[in-house]
Design a protein around this ligand. Structure first.
Ligand code: SF4
Length: 555
């Protein structure tokens, strides 16, 4: 039971004792009748739906304060509303694994605002910026899942933040937790000249049908999704639990190729194609079928094996499609083609591009997604001053202003550059991403955002002539929030030894990962670790050697 106003906060439900795995006992799938929770997470989800915590936040916690929060809500259900406690300042990375969770908890929250399809009006962006300034000490990071992330949120302010967000059609509903997370969408859906198909109606219908629906609010783990009809493959479809990728069927016309079972973190896996062609109208049904399979058949015994990718690996694409068709959709799907190789390597839409209606969209790059409330408010104003009411966030921690007439392009570019939002960034500014890291994240071992920002500056100074697309992704821990496994240079934060044998912040290096039709994971070179202070020297060496020894066309 969850606590109420009259009951004191209780200890989190203890995890079930660890038992030896046996095939006979199964993986905790509901479809096989395994309804007894096999770990603490499954227990708290069974005790009370995560979505129900909203009422307690509004009626109890926001009034009685942080210390009134039930621990099962604090470290569990609050994620269903996009809220995590942030890391207490001043605790170094060496203590991350050895301290109890409550010793790492600050009394402030990170709040994630979902921006499905990355679609924003200038009014929405202005509200996001105002909330940042009023309630989040100015913080507002752009994430690599098209969200905005605040820090320093007090529980007392959460109901008012929701009221303001929801008044303009935004929310933090299921922005975290074992839920259908934000639906990524092509940031240039509906406007790009080269678009195969606009997936926006499908994203809107999926949101209406699935998000906040208690039929889908207790999944085995998070469920990441993406829909893009762009030939640039601009939503990292390979690493989502489900992705719909625009293709042209020779007889049926434009539609979507379906991928399932992608995901990074530990045991990274690329999604696999089901080999089907799905029309725009059918996308929500197929999404609902796949998320239902995940809910019913997904593994719930171990958190580390609970993502859809493990079920897909166990069944294979053929069986997955057959179960989807025979038991969930009750009809056969068309066979369909694979997407084609994109003509460009950058997928972030940075720069000035013509829209299909003759106007222009302008993509720009802050450093590693770090903006703030003041900047976001200025971007909203700038867009409006130049006749645009629409913006988009990208899956690469960038933003785009839409609908600029030709005569206004130069002044928009100049205004953005004046805010240090680069429209023609160096490849280092353009291709470097970083996760939240030790500044706020309780799992982090090392600093990321500031380190990546200084790395960009240093590489721009040392390698001003370098122009090749290059991705450098930094994570603060072994998780994969900044997608290190699929970067040219992936840097996984950990403590390493310096030349004098002291433990210092550093990174395990992964080299040669990629997304796109040549997608693959970078190779972890045994023993190749760099300290944070050596990082610019190391990356410079890699880049210079690549330039000197690359063969024609080699990436
Ligand atoms: Fe935190 Fe690790 Fe994710 Fe970075 S990769 S945000 S440190 S959990």
């Amino acid at each position: 039971m969850v606590s109420t106003a009259s009951t004191p906060p209780q200890k989190p439900a203890a995890a079930a004792p660890r038992r030896k795995v046996s095939r006979h006992r199964g993986e905790g799938q509901w479809a096989k009748g395994h309804y007894t929770p096999l770990n603490g997470n499954e227990q708290f989800k069974k005790d009370d739906d995560g979505l129900n915590v909203r009422t307690r936040i509004e009626t109890i916690y926001s009034k009685a304060g942080f210390d009134s929060i039930d621990p099962n809500d604090l470290r569990g259900r609050m994620r269903w509303w996009g809220l995590y406690t942030q890391r207490k300042p001043g605790i170094d990375g060496g203590k991350t694994a050895i301290l109890e969770p409550e010793e790492l908890d600050d009394k402030y929250f990170m709040m994630r605002v979902r921006i499905d399809g990355g679609r924003l009006s200038t009014q929405q962006l202005r509200v996001i910026g105002e909330i940042s300034q009023e309630f989040a000490r100015g913080t507002a990071d752009l994430t690599d899942r098209q969200n905005v992330q605040y820090h320093w949120i007090r529980i007392e302010d959460v109901p008012e933040i929701w009221r303001r967000l929801e008044a303009v059609g935004l929310s933090s509903t299921e922005a975290c937790g074992d839920t259908p997370r934000v639906i990524l969408g092509s940031p240039v859906a509906g406007i790009a000249e080269e678009e195969i198909i606009d997936g926006t109606p499908a994203i809107e219908e999926i949101y209406r049908r699935i998000v906040g629906n208690k039929d889908f609010s207790n999944l085995p783990r998070k469920f990441k999704s993406a829909v893009s009809g762009s030939p640039l493959l601009d939503v990292a479809h390979e690493i989502n639990d489900i992705a719909f990728v625009g293709v042209e069927h020779p007889e049926l016309g434009p539609g979507f190729d379906v991928w399932v079972g992608g995901g990074l973190s530990t045991n990274p896996k690329l999604g696999v194609r089901l080999g089907t062609w799905v029309s725009l109208d059918d996308v929500p049904d197929v999404y609902e079928g796949v998320i239902s399979i995940f809910r019913d058949h997904g593994f719930r015994r171990l958190r580390t094996r609970a993502r859809l990718k493990f079920l897909v690996a166990d069944w294979g694409a053929e069986k997955f499609r057959q179960v989807l068709e025979d038991e969930y959709l009750l009809r056969k799907l068309h066979d369909g083609p694979a997407p084609e190789q994109p003509v460009e390597r950058w997928r972030d839409h940075v720069g000035v591009h013509r829209q299909k209606d003759g106007r222009y969209y302008i993509g720009f790059a802050p450093r590693v997604g770090r903006v703030d409330g003041t900047i976001l408010t200025k971007i909203a104003q700038l867009a409006e001053d130049h006749g645009s009411g629409r913006l988009r966030t990208t899956a690469e921690q960038k933003m785009i202003v839409l609908d600029i007439t030709e005569d206004r392009v130069d002044s928009v570019v100049a205004a953005l550059e004046a805010l240090d939002l680069r429209v023609t960034p160096s490849p280092f500014r353009r291709g470097t991403m970083a996760c939240t890291g030790i500044e706020y994240c309780k799992l982090a071992i090392v600093e990321t955002k500031a380190r990546a920002a200084s790395l960009i500056d240093e590489l721009e100074r040392r390698l001003p002539e370098f122009e090749e697309p290059l991705t450098i992704n930094l994570n603060g821990c072994p998780n994969a929030c900044a997608r290190i496994q699929v970067a040219d240079i992936g840097l996984k934060g950990q403590l390493v030894l310096d030349d004098d044998g002291n433990q210092v912040e550093g990174y395990q290096v992964h080299l040669g990962g990629a997304l796109g039709l040549e997608a693959g994971f970078g190779r972890k070179v045994r023993g190749l670790k760099v300290t944070s202070s050596e990082l610019p020297d190391y990356v410079e060496r890699v880049v210079r050697r690549f330039e000197a020894e690359r063969e024609d066309g080699e990436r």
